[in-house]
Design a protein around this ligand. Structure first.
Ligand SMILES: C[S@@+](CC[C@H](N)C(=O)[O-])C[C@H]1O[C@@H](n2cnc3c(N)ncnc32)[C@H](O)[C@@H]1O
Length: 258
């Protein structure tokens, strides 16, 4: 029996034009596409007509299909000898559980390949014209999860995160924005540190809020910012002010950029 191959493909943060050429070519060869919630309709349209499309999307607190079942399904589908394209938002290996899928395929002896994608941090920062590192402002950048397994308390190394020379990009932090900001401030990051919240970045529904660290929770809740959203915290976030957009100062000190 011939065994198929699985491509773990990063589809980028939303804008379908941020797909790599390689991703687009491989999607166009799929016999079966297994895809997540944040995949753009234009990207799915690249799946050949007649190929099967299987939705396995997740939302915070509501998993459409448990990860173990997705892993098993990929193995099962590959054993039918077909080309399986597993489409994941952003980059498959950045907070994407792509490595768990890769490990399951590896254990089952299935050929697979990882196709990187533009991760949300990079897509959102570029769209806001914010450099994640910048001479004199940020010597490093860290991608951090703002969500903990089973919604438990965040177990992060706050002392090392509260570094004014580093840009922090917090993924999945909407629900814990108060705790994140309070902890960073308690560990010494100045309250005035610039912060940018980006919702649905690189899509036509993108919203950005420019504020400071202490103003972030209020700005996010007043704007009722929708998921998916991330926070860029650090001096570089102030460079978003250079955008030639209609930035309106609100009461909470946040500049809303629709
Ligand atoms: C499970 S993680 C997956 C990240 C993905 N693998 C990547 O590399 O971007 C989902 C989180 O990524 C962030 N995210 C993904 N797409 C986004 C977008 N278009 N705008 C803002 N944040 C986004 C949000 O923090 C969201 O909760």
């Amino acid at each position: 029996m011939s065994v198929g191959k699985v491509f773990l493909v990063g589809a980028g943060p939303g804008d379908p034009e941020l797909l790599t050429l390689k991703a687009a070519r491989i999607i166009g060869c799929a016999d079966i596409a297994v895809y997540d919630r944040l995949i753009a309709a234009e990207t799915l349209a690249l799946v050949p007509e007649g190929a099967a499309r299987i939705y396995v999307g997740k939302q915070a607190g509501h998993h459409c299909m448990p990860q173990a079942e997705i892993n098993d399904m990929l193995v099962r589908l590959a054993r039918t000898g077909r080309t399986i394209v597993r489409l994941k938002g952003g980059d498959p290996f950045i907070f994407g559980r792509g490595c768990e899928e890769a490990a399951a395929l590896e254990r089952a002896g299935i050929h697979y390949e990882v196709v990187p994608g533009v991760t949300a941090a990079q897509g959102c920062a570029a769209a806001a014209r914010v450099p994640l590192t910048h001479r004199g402002l940020a010597r490093s950048v860290r991608y951090v999860t703002g969500h903990c397994k089973s919604n438990g308390p965040l177990d992060l190394d706050w002392a090392s995160l509260a570094d004014p020379d580093t840009t922090l990009v917090v993924y999945m932090g909407l629900a814990n924005v108060e705790e994140i900001t309070a902890r960073l401030i308690a560990f010494g990051l100045p309250q005035t540190t610039p912060a940018l919240a980006v919702s649905q970045g690189t899509t036509p529904r993108e919203r950005r809020l420019r504020t400071c660290l202490s103003g972030l929770p209020r700005a996010v809740s007043e704007a009722e910012l929708a998921a998916p959203a991330l926070f860029i915290i650090g001096r570089v976030a102030a460079l978003a002010t250079e955008l030639d957009l209609d930035a309106d100062e609100t009461e909470s000190g946040a500049a809303a950029v629709a």
